[in-house]
Design a protein around this ligand. Sequence first.
Ligand code: NDP
Length: 253
Amino acid sequence: MSVALVTGGARGIGLAIVERLAEAGWQVVAAGRDSQALEAATEPLRSRGLDVDPLRVDVTDESSVAELFEGCAERYGCPDLLVNNAGIAGPTVSTVSLQRSDWESVLAVNLTGAMLCCRAVLPTMLERGAGHIINIGSITGKRPLMHRVAYASSKLGLIGLTRSLAEEVGPHGIRVNAISPGPVMGERIERVLEGQALAQGITVEEARAQFTSGTPLRRFVEPGEVADAVVALDALPGVTGIDLNVSAGLVMY
Ligand code: NDP
């Protein structure tokens, strides 16, 4: 059975990816910071007979990342697929008001965390001459959002990581891709909309309309649609180094 490890797997997009991969027959390790939340989120999947195991990790902590991959290796072997999904939104503030600590914590989770997980999984993937890494980016930055400098920088940095690593490990049979979701239905986007409303002096509904009216499909994306993109991308062995927008057309490049 193929093994997938998904970070930030306790809720939102990560949990949807965990579910879709398990439904597609993968053994899935759902990794996240809060063991109780992970246990509660994944229990309904196990009770449906899906192979989902929760393991704790803080992706910003090198020793915690090492423990995660050791734990996965002991139970199931090295992941065939790593999905770097863990991420934080960070503050919506002007650059002059941005605290250095906020900038650093956004980069620590969204960019350094992904790099640490890649670094931990790669030695075994390189030994095997096979493997696939998918980084969950964002369209933010490609289409700038008011007062979102830290988040946008972290997510465009992730595209740089994706392309550089794809070049580096491609000759060894390992693929590295990114998926850039647009606004996804859920708790997090509501907070982003509130932040945009405040930053631009408009209502939350006006902020929502700004997003949806800019999409050819006139809507947000569902978490399951990002999960479908993970499964689809994994089934395309000739594809590496790409950054696939799942944004209802909000961004087209
Ligand atoms: P959520 O905030 O709902 O979930 C994020 C997950 O990441 C949580 O499970 C969280 O765990 C986990 N996480 C945060 N920090 C760490 C850490 N240090 N170590 C391990 N896990 C951590 O986000 P979404 O599901 O909305 O987003 C998932 C990904 O998709 C993120 O990378 C996000 O940037 C990206 N994205 C989301 C969009 C959206 O509209 N929602 C749009 C574009 C991209 P905990 O429960 O402990 O906080």
